[in-house]
Each structure stands twice: as structure tokens, then as C-alpha cells.
Design a protein around this ligand. Structure first.
Ligand code: M6R
Length: 612
């Protein structure tokens, strides 16, 4: 959570820092601040509220410095307030620090520092860091160029938890130090200038060349140079990674909100994710070289993820089980990591994460790895932490997803998981050739079918206008229609703050139907012809009890007796969620707009959940 930006170069730093923070607001948005090196002192400016509130601060336009650090906060320790916002300074005003992550032993460290005479002005865990650096800096009687580095290293040795930290110090007015452990951080390389960010989109308009930091690396930045050190302060070399995301992909591009733009980007995201994988004969996925023998030895697949990414896993379970005949368990990462799952070297574990930085998903991967299981990461961000931990990594190519509510990442994950399932089945030589041909053709034509769905937004908008004041809604479906309903329900909760539940239609009579009464809204998805009769009976049961139903069905399905129907093009059951989720995404979007809410930055949520 929280966003970090830093700059050292020859341009005025404050506009670059604030601009970067504005692009990172999806990470946290309850307070923001910057610290710049002005002549011989560090000037800190911070405010409660959105990043734009920094413009209200007196003196912000007078900052001249060409180096500084910045932060947008998602509160963990201490309520959102000016005092608790970053940057934090040490007692002597010599060190300014911004921090993402959580310092788990901050109580202990705070007490130690208090005993040494340090005073604290905030409720944050972060404030121990600049004071600890000051403590070690003063203790060190050697006076050489590495004194600040050593103080940072010693302070980090005492920290337990996760952190990405930027440090500015009056003792080194032409240098900045950053360090990371279990929290993302990248360095953007420029000409006679260098950038720092927790996420690539923050600085994408300045550079396409990045150094991706690994855990426990300490970096010293000057205008001309970036030096990397390991935990023992031994210098190490790192490669530059070029990122091919266009700048426009991190802009709204004429759309009112990022979420709407990202919904409409889905045809392109799917096209790019599919890429050339299905072009020549057998499926090829860059980064994978699984053999028939290996896949035959796999006794179980785990799909592990959080939130929307986990919902993509629920859709994909059907693909893997039906095509590959391998049992699949879909697990919530935060549960998986603590429930001592039954895994061994015959288990294939697959982790799905848009950001590649979700703390629970990474921890789940590390656990499985320690038990000997093979690990495969699916991420949207090249070089993200999860991809560097996994044995194998493959990518969705959705482009940067800025809105907190995930849309194009989800549909890209579902399509990539489908291709992965087909790739396994092909390797295992257990799939009928004609069926494979048909599945490939269905995927190749999918982007144009998405375009068709996106042409029919008016009825969804009209329905949203009718029901936006409601307090509760229900989503129903069977098979993959149920899996996608869970995602529809999550979208609605996230951005419209309406409580909603998703049920497998067959479960209705086992309890939830007691909640159906006159006027209740139900979104029923029925795209699978094999299950439709049963689903229609369930829908009739709620209609009889007075429910207002919005049905999402495919064009070949009859829907006698239903008033509000959204038709989607026909496709196979494995990928129909990619089409049927779109009306649900739009439904949540229009309701949120109707209620006047901030679609892209829903309350209490952050885009990447980098703490537990
Ligand atoms: O970056 P990840 O895919 O690992 O994120 C997982 C979830 O935090 C994420 O999908 C979350 O549920 C979204 N806000 C959903 O819209």
C-alpha cells in the first residue's frame, strides 16, 4: 500500500514528485507529503487528504531543489492526519524518510530510542526509522563517504517487517539512499538524473529504463550514478530492464475514469495477452518448457491468489480439470499460507497476481517452494516480486491497471489461464484435436466479441439508474457462471459500497432464498446451455418472490418471461466469463457514478496490498 516517488537530477524536483504521486494515488490517498533538499536544510511539506491538497500548502511553489522524496499514504499505524503523514524526520532534522510497509517491532524500537532520549511526534511505525538512522549515524565515529550507508544498513538490521524506504540526509546533500525488503521499489534511469518509485507508472513519462530492486538491496543515487549494495555493503551490478508500456497507457485518454478506460481496453488487453501463443501448431508460452513426463507426474494443481485474481482462478479450475484431468484446488493466499496445505514435489502451484506484489500471495509461493512444490507465477508486471521468486513466470499483457477495481487484468488472467490449461492438455496428449482447434478459434475471436458487448452499454446503465439506491443485491450462476458472479459481486461492493452476495444458484433453496422479497435485485448469469434449464428455474423462483432480475445470457439461450436481459455472444463455457463479466463491471461502474462516488479510488482500498 502507499506510494513512493523520488527524484535526483537537474530539474526542479517538486513538480516531478507531485506528478508522480498523482499517478500513484491508487496506492493510497489519505495524506501525502514531500521532502526536498533546499540549500542546507531539508524542507518537509505534507497534508492530510488527496495528493492535490499539497498544492494548497503555502511555500510549495517556492521549493527550488532538484532532489527530493515523496509519499502518498494508506494509513496502517495512526489515523490519517498531517502528523502521521510522511516524510518523517529524526529529532535533529537531519534525516527525512518515507516508508511503505510495516515495521512489526516498532514498539520495541521506539522504547529503545525513547530510553536514549528520542521524542516522537506521530503514531506511525515509520518515525522510528529516521531516528534509528540518526542513532547509528552518531554512534559511528568514522568519517568517510560510506557513513550514511552504514547507518542505514545498521538501522535496517534492526527492522522486522516489510519496507521500501527513501532517505534524504543533510549530511550528504547530493545523494539519496533507498532500500527495500518485501515491498516494491524500482529505480528509473535517466541522463544525469535518476528516479525512484514504488510502481513503474509513476515515472513512466520520464524513463522506460528501470532497475528492479531485490530484497535487502541498498541503493545510493547521485545525479550521475546509481550504486547497488547487498546487505553487507558489497557493491553489486544490476541489469537495466526496459519496459515497453506506452505513457498513454497510464493516462485517462479522454475517459472520465481509469476504470471505464480499462473496461474498454479489454479487447486490446486480450489480444496482447494471447499474442502469438496460438499461431503456429502447438501452443507456445514464453518462459515455459513443461514436458509430458513432468505434467503426468503432477498429482494436483493449486491456484493461489487474492480477490479478483482468485476469482480468475475459480474460472480456470474448470478448464484444468476438464481438459487436463488434474484435480485443482483454488485457494485464497492468506488462508493457504497458514493452513499447512498438503503439497510436495508432485504439486504444481500457480500464483495469480496483477501487481505481482501482493504480500499474501508472495508468502504463499515462498511456503510452497520451501515444501518442494513447483511454482509458476502469472503477473501483469514484468520483474515484479512474485515473478522473481517463482520457478516459472508468465505474463498477462493488460498494460498498467490504475483503477483500484480490477477489470482488464481479470479478463487477461482468465484468458491466459485458459491458454495454460490448453497447453498442458496438448502436452499431455489427452485432448481431442478438433476440440482443441475449436477452443483456439474461440479465443482468437474473443476480442471482437468483447467489442460487441461493449457496444451495448445503455441497458446496463438504465438498469443501474433504477436500482442504485438499494442496500443489498444478489448474484446467481452455475458452473463458470457462478465463478464469474463472485467477481461481479466483488466489483459492486468495491466501488458502489452496496452489500452483495453471490450464490451458486443450486444453493438458493438451502438458505439464501429466505432473503428474497419484493423489489430485491438479482443479477443472474446463464450462459451455459447445459445448465440453463436449471438456472432458469432458479430465476423463476426469485421472480415469483418479487425479485427484479437482470439476466446475462448468451444469444442462443431462450429467456422467456424475463424483462431485463443482456445478451452476450455465444462462446465456450471456459471463456464465457470474459464476456459476461463486462456487463457486471459496467453495472458496478454506473451505480458508482450514479451515487457520485470516486470510481477509481474507492474508500479504504488500495491497488496493491503489499502488507498482510
Ligand atoms: O495485484 P493482485 O492481483 O495480487 O491483487 C489481488 C487483489 O488485491 C485484487 O484483485 C483486489 O481484489 C482488487 N481490488 C479487485 O478489484
Amino acid at each position: 500500500m502507499c506510494g513512493i516517488v523520488g527524484y535526483i537530477g537537474n530539474k526542479k524536483a517538486s513538480p516531478i514528485l507531485i506528478n508522480g504521486l498523482l499517478r500513484l494515488e491508487y496506492r493510497g490517498y489519505d495524506s501525502a507529503g514531500i521532502a526536498t533538499m533546499e540549500d542546507d536544510k531539508i524542507v518537509v511539506m505534507k497534508n492530510k487528504g488527496r495528493v492535490s491538497s499539497l498544492y494548497e500548502l503555502e511555500g510549495i511553489d517556492d521549493l527550488k531543489s532538484t532532489m527530493g522524496i515523496a509519499h502518498t499514504r494508506w494509513a496502517t499505524h495512526g489515523k490519517p492526519s498531517k502528523e502521521n503523514s510522511h516524510p518523517h524526520m529524526d529529532n535533529s532534522n537531519s534525516f527525512a524518510v518515507v516508508h511503505n510497509g510495516i515495521i512489526e517491532n516498532y514498539h520495541e524500537l521506539k522504547n529503545m530510542l525513547k530510553n536514549e532520549g528520542y521524542k516522537f511526534l506521530s503514531d506511525t511505525d515509520t518515525e522510528v526509522i529516521p531516528n534509528l538512522i540518526h542513532y547509528y549515524y552518531n554512534k559511528d565515529k568514522t568519517d568517510d563517504n560510506n557513513k550514511l550507508l552504514r547507518a542505514v544498513k545498521n538501522a535496517c538490521n534492526d527492522l522486522k517487517g516489510s519496507y521500501a524506504i527513501e532517505i534524504l540526509s543533510i549530511h550528504n546533500k547530493d545523494k539519496m539512499i533507498v532500500v527495500r525488503k518485501d515491498s516494491p521499489l524500482v529505480i528509473g534511469k535517466g541522463y544525469k538524473e535518476n528516479y525512484i518509485a514504488s510502481d513503474i507508472p509513476a515515472i513512466l513519462s520520464y524513463t522506460k529504463d528501470f532497475y528492479l530492486l531485490d530484497d535487502n538491496e541498498i541503493v545510493e543515487l547521485t545525479r550521475d550514478e546509481v550504486k547497488f549494495y547487498n546487505q553487507d555493503l558489497k557493491e553489486i551490478k544490476k541489469q537495466v530492464t526496459s519496459i515497453d508500456w506506452g505513457t498513454a497507457s497510464a493516462e485517462k485518454d479522454g475517459y472520465e475514469d481509469f476504470m471505464l478506460k480499462e473496461i474498454f481496453e479489454q479487447p486490446r488487453a486480450i489480444r496482447e495477452t494471447v499474442g502469438a501463443k496460438l499461431d503456429n501448431g502447438c501452443i507456445e508460452i514464453e518462459g515455459l518448457d513443461f514436458t509430458k513426463e513432468y505434467l503426468q507426474s503432477v498429482n494436483k494443481i493449486y491456484l493461489v491468489a487474492c480477490g479478483t485474481a482468485m476469482h480468475a482462478g475459480l474460472v480456470a479450475k474448470t478448464v484444468f480439470e476438464k481438459l487436463c484431468k488434474i484435480p485443482v484446488e483454488v485457494d485464497i493466499a492468506s488462508e493457504f499460507r497458514y493452513r499447512d496445505p498438503l503439497i510436495d514435489e508432485k504439486t504444481l502451484t500457480i500464483y495469480i497476481s496483477q501487481s505481482g506484489e501482493t504480500a499474501d500471495t508472495i508468502a504463499a509461493l515462498k511456503l510452497a517452494k520451501s515444501k518442494g512444490a513447483k511454482t509458476l507465477a502469472i503477473s501483469n508486471v514484468i520483474g515484479s516480486s512474485i515473478t522473481r521468486e517463482a520457478d516459472y513466470s508468465i505474463y498477462t499483457h493488460a498494460g498498467p491497471e490504475i483503477a483500484v477495481a480490477s477489470t482488464k487484468a481479470y479478463t487477461s488472467q482468465v484468458v491466459l489461464l485458459n491458454i495454460l490449461g490448453m497447453y498442458f492438455a496438448e502436452k499431455l496428449e489427452i485432448i481431442d484435436k478438433d476440440l482443441m482447434k475449436k477452443l483456439k478459434a474461440d479465443i482468437l475471436i474473443l476480442p471482437s466479441k468483447i467489442e460487441e458487448v461493449l457496444k451495448n452499454t445503455d441497458p446496463i446503465c438504465d438498469f443501474a439508474k433504477k436500482v442504485y439506491k438499494e442496500k443489498d443485491m444478489f448474484f446467481l450462476g452455475r458452473g463458470t457462471d457462478y465463478a464469474v458472479s463472485l467477481e461481479g459481486s466483488l466489483k459492486l461492493k468495491e466501488i458502489s459500497y452496496i452489500h452483495s452476495e453471490s450464490y451458486a444458484s443450486g444453493e438458493l433453496k438451502h438458505g439464501p432464498i429466505a432473503l428474497i422479497e419484493n423489489g430485491v435485485t438479482v443479477i443472474a448469469t446463464m450462459t451455459n446451455p447445459d445448465l440453463v434449464e436449471k438456472s432458469i428455474s432458479n430465476v423463476q423462483e426469485v421472480v415469483t418472490r418479487g425479485a427484479k432480475v437482470l439476466a446475462i445470457t448468451s444469444e442462443d439461450i431462450k429467456n422467456d418471461g424475463l424483462n431485463q436481459v443482456i445478451k452476450i455472444p455465444k462462446t465456450n463455457e471456459f471463456i464465457s466469463p470474459i464476456l459476461s463479466v463486462i456487463p457486471m463491471q459496467l453495472f458496478a461502474y454506473y451505480i458508482s457514478k450514479e451515487k457520485g462516488l470516486d470510481v477509481d479510488k474507492p474508500r479504504n482500498l488500495a491497488k496493491s496490498v503489499t502488507v498482510e
